[in-house]
Design a protein around this ligand. Sequence first.
Ligand SMILES: Nc1ncnc2c1ncn2[C@@H]1O[C@H](COP(=O)(O)OP(=O)(O)OP(=O)(O)O)[C@@H](O)[C@H]1O
Ligand SMILES: [Mg+2]
Length: 250
Amino acid sequence: MEKILSVSGLQKSYVTKGNTYPVLKGVSMEMNRGEFVAVMGPSGSGKTTLLNIVSGFLSADSGNVKVGSVDMLHTDKEKQAEIRSSILGFIFQDFMLIDGLTVQENIFLPQIIAKKPVADMEGKTRGLLCAFGIEDISGKYPGELSGGQKQRVAIARALSNEPLLILADEPTGNLDSKSSNAVIEAFLFAKEQLGATVLMVTHDAIAASHADRVIALSDGMVVRELVRQKEQRQFMNDILEFLKIVEVGQ
Ligand SMILES: Nc1ncnc2c1ncn2[C@@H]1O[C@H](COP(=O)(O)OP(=O)(O)OP(=O)(O)O)[C@@H](O)[C@H]1O
Ligand SMILES: [Mg+2]
């Protein structure tokens, strides 16, 4: 198995008004190529902080993060930005599509940033538009799309660069259940058909039940890991069960 992500002993504190608040207290986790992993945990448990450190947006106090063979924490800022655009794909809760660009142009963006040749870009984008069933909206602007369509465009955009790892922070958080399903379908498609590796933070047990694994954070520590073995509904029940335990802080 090829390791795509390796996080070890990650510690992070925020300092506000002279007080130090530890947020990550030694987090370790790994992901193999082609895995779809969900991170769950109560609000404030450090999920977004973890994603921001993995992507190099935020520094850590100690520990290590490797994406592929790249040491994310110990490369200089400039190099890091370049690396980030070539090996990571991002999906945000509020999509972050650029309003003044069409769907197709939005999907072009990461490839432009990574300085990909234009000919490759067009072929790649066409393939993604078809794969996600959004060819007919390729000329539309984000303001003309539904929430589920926007999210599919965001996923196609995140994949356009063939990143080693896709990071998604609550990608279904603002969506109705139908659109949430479409997003999860898109992740499963990306994983199964395109070999994508996806790390998704979510509060949604249904969404998490489609992942291969669920990592539970509580108070800055990995407290539990659930591996999917049985049918999806059973997995969801297991997730709900352990969330109940984590939420009451046991
Ligand atoms: N820039 C910051 N400065 C100070 N404290 C912060 C900062 N960002 C986050 N925190 C604190 O760190 C803790 C973890 O925040 P984080 O955003 O990682 O949680 P989360 O698990 O993503 O929560 P949620 O489910 O609400 O998104 C919280 O207590 C938060 O208030
Ligand atoms: Mg968060």
